[in-house]
Design a binder for this molecule. Structure first.
Ligand code: MG
Length: 153
């Protein structure tokens, strides 16, 4: 299952290293960490069943929208990535919630700054990344919270 989810992310243009770089961006201000540590934290987050379920569901919906295989009005909402839709963020919260309020704070911050791979996912093109951008921010936020908990505990 973990390998399936990793493969799906890669096929949608997101490498584990891309997510780890977001973690590094968030945590290197506070702790002496390496990109390797960030990569392993991302991998640990991807082992959680709740995380895998969110990724499977979100990416499936992105692909269905891309292939025009959803009914209206959902199809247009997802294709336009309407800001008031909000279910994409809610789905990402099922990832960040695992690590408590630090995860939530990190997610909110990443959603604002949109750096690295999040920036490229937000460029409008033929691909639909309505769910993927929030999933990636959610995974990075959770992996950051894991590091914060382990360094302070
Ligand atoms: Mg989104």
């Amino acid at each position: 299952m973990k390998d399936t989810v990793k493969k799906m992310l890669i096929e949608r243009g997101v490498k584990i290293e891309d997510i780890a770089k977001l973690v590094y961006f968030l945590q290197s201000k506070y702790y002496a960490i390496t990109l390797e540590e960030c990569i392993s934290s991302v991998n640990r987050v991807l082992e959680k069943r709740e995380v895998q379920n969110a990724i499977l569901t979100g990416i499936a919906l992105d692909i269905l929208a891309e292939e025009d295989k959803l009914d209206e009005p959902l199809l247009s909402i997802l294709k336009r990535d309407e800001p008031l839709y909000g279910i994409d963020e809610i789905m990402a919260l099922s990832i960040t919630n695992i690590y408590g309020s630090i995860g939530l704070t990190n997610f909110g911050y990443l959603d604002k700054v949109k750096i690295g791979v999040l920036k490229s996912l937000n460029v409008k093109g033929p691909q639909v990344h309505t769910f993927l951008d929030d999933l990636v921010a959610g995974i990075a936020a959770a992996a950051s919270a894991r590091i914060a908990h382990s360094k302070s505990g």
